[in-house]
Write a protein that binds this ligand. Sequence first.
Ligand SMILES: [Zn+2]
Length: 126
Amino acid sequence: MHKGSCLCGAIDIEVAGDLPEADACHCSQCRKQSGHYWASIDVPTSAVTINGEDHIRWYQSSEKVRRGFCDTCGAFLFWDPLHHDTIAIAMGCFDQPTGTNIWSHIFVADKGDYYEIEEGVLQRDR
Ligand SMILES: [Zn+2]
C-alpha cells in the first residue's frame, strides 16, 4: 500500500498494492494546471481510498475528463476519465519511497519550449 496527500493534508490518498510506472504528460492542459508537466500513475479506482473527498473540487476539462484539486491548497491530484474505471493520480502527492519511476513522456508535441526531455526515455505524441 502507498500513501499520499495534498499539500495541506485535507485530502489523503491510499493506493493498494505497488504503484505502476508513471507517465509525464506535456499537454497544454496539464502544463497550465500543474505549472509544468504532470507526472501521474493510472490505477483502478477500486484500488484507491480517499479520505477528505469533500475537499476535492472538480474541473471538467473536457466532455470525458474531469480534473480534481484540493479546495484549500490547490494541489492538482486527479485526472479522472469519467467513463473508465481507472483514475490518474499525481506522482507528486505520494510519500517516498514510491518504488516506481517515469517510463514515458506523453503529448510531447505539446511540450513547453523552455525545457528538454532527457534522452533514452520513451516519448509519445499522444
Ligand atoms: Zn490540500
